[in-house]
Design a protein around this ligand. Structure first.
Ligand code: AMP
Length: 421
């Protein structure tokens, strides 16, 4: 019986993965320009890292983690997000010892047991960007700017950054109290999840998607009336620097984000192209998290971008699908030609060109079909007779123009010259 992939876990096939590669190339390029350095982290972590790092009252920890015991009975979890793991690595390897602002990025799969639907999967990929070592609004600005640059470099249309401040441990308790007071006499109208949120984390009611909760949340007290002076100044700083950079922002006082660790700045990048699941990336400041996970009291801020949603947008706006590049296809007719051709292919590749080869014996007509399927820009046709005469034919697949080239020491150079031409 045929074995199929697990529900909510997808294969990314080459016709799509070329776009994924373009996104990754852009990631290295844009984030590299800000001085971010790449970090790689394991897929599995101890379960308690996420319980402590993400928060017990979050949807992720309550309902969505892939947790199991290994052969030694230790509880392990497939990472549902990257921040907790990156903070763990930052603390474990004393990256803070350098005393500089450490800017890191990562790309890889995350796992959440959610109900699969369009734009929501059980294995999905995130690009994760984190910075440690400063609470200055310029760092918030750079982080948000890197996200905006990333999306605009990829030509994502209509990008707006929604921003908010969630206050800090000094001012948030008063806001919690006000929210509790506001929702307490409306408890009958709240959904079952929000009823329990009211006790444990009333902030989370603000971004509940259930219509009745949302209606009530619209009239709830506004966080910005509760921010302390430090948080107010910090947020004003972020807003005004972003304005200087001409990054379009929209204040969204209802955006609390799903995770417990955020303080002060939170943000999401939304695109007009995404409909209901319109957030392509989200993040915020988590100044207490490094300490909470056993490190020194060092502030941090970061975001995660969902690759699948980004790819959905890029596929939407792209008129023609991208294809893997092929500069040259070497089409050989007969054994001697194949022997000569495989060496020629090797030489062309050493010149940095993408070169494909006719592994299976075929007729010239079938080889030309294959060249088109491979999207070859040029085809080198090597026949037995031509080889006898010490020449090969180079065909430009777009113009159908053919050039006969002598087989001598200058052949590789001549071919690469024509490919570059
Ligand atoms: P979060 O880690 O929940 O803040 O999500 C950050 C980004 O990851 C979102 O804006 C989405 O683009 C993406 N994302 C989150 N959950 C999923 C999922 N189940 N499937 C696909 N993308 C997701």
């Amino acid at each position: 019986m045929e074995i199929r992939s697990i529900r909510g876990m997808n294969d990314i096939l080459p016709e799509d993965s070329i776009l994924w590669k373009q996104v990754r190339d852009t990631m290295h390029y844009v984030l590299g320009s800000y001085g971010f350095r790449e970090i790689l982290i394991p897929v599995l972590e101890e379960t308690r890292l996420f319980q402590r790092g993400i928060g017990e009252t979050t949807d992720i920890v309550e309902k969505e983690m892939y947790t199991f015991e290994d052969k030694s009975g230790q509880s392990l979890t497939l990472r549902p997000e990257a921040t907790a793991s990156i903070v763990r690595a930052y603390v474990q390897h004393h990256l803070y010892a350098s005393g500089k602002v450490e800017k890191l990025y990562f790309w890889g799969p995350m796992f959440r047991y959610e109900r699969p639907q369009k734009g929501r999967y059980r294995q999905f990929y995130q690009i994760d960007v984190e910075a440690f070592g400063s609470n200055d609004p310029t760092l918030d600005t750079d982080i948000i700017a890197s996200l905006y640059d990333f999306l605009t470099t990829l030509n994502v249309p209509g990008v707006t950054i929604e921003i908010n401040s969630l206050g800090c441990p000094n001012c948030r308790p008063a806001y919690h109290k006000a929210l509790k007071a506001y929702f307490s006499d409306k408890i009958d109208k709240l959904c079952p999840d929000c009823k329990s949120r009211l006790v444990r984390n009333p902030l989370r009611i603000l971004d509940c998607k259930v219509e009745t909760c949302h209606e009530l949340a619209l009239k709830a007290p506004n966080i910005h009336e509760f921010l302390c002076d430090t948080c107010k100044n910090h947020f004003q700083g972020v807003q005004s620097y972003l304005e200087d950079l001409h990054i379009p922002t929209r204040l969204n006082p209802m955006m609390v984000r799903g995770l417990d660790y955020y303080v002060q700045t939170t943000f999401e990048a939304v695109s007009e192209n995404l409909g209901a699941q319109n957030a392509v990336a989200g993040g915020g400041r988590y100044d207490g998290l490094v300490k909470q996970l056993g490190g020194p009291d060092i502030p941090g801020i970061g975001y995660a971008m969902g690759m699948e949603r980004l790819i959905m947008i890029l596929q939407d706006i792209r008129k023609e699908p991208l294809s893997w590049p092929c500069d040259l296809f070497i089409a050989t007719l007969g054994d001697k030609a194949r022997r000569y051709g495989i060496t020629l292919a090797s030489k062309i590749r050493k010149e940095g060109k993408v070169c494909e080869f006719s592994y299976e014996p075929k007729s010239l007509k079938a080889l030309m079909k294959l060249a088109n399927r491979l999207n070859a820009r040029f085809t080198a046709i090597i026949g037995e007779d031509e080889l006898q005469r010490k020449e090969i034919v180079l065909r430009n697949m777009a113009t159908r123009e053919q050039t006969t080239l002598p087989v001598d020491d200058t052949l590789t150079e001549k071919i690469t010259g024509l490919l570059d031409g």
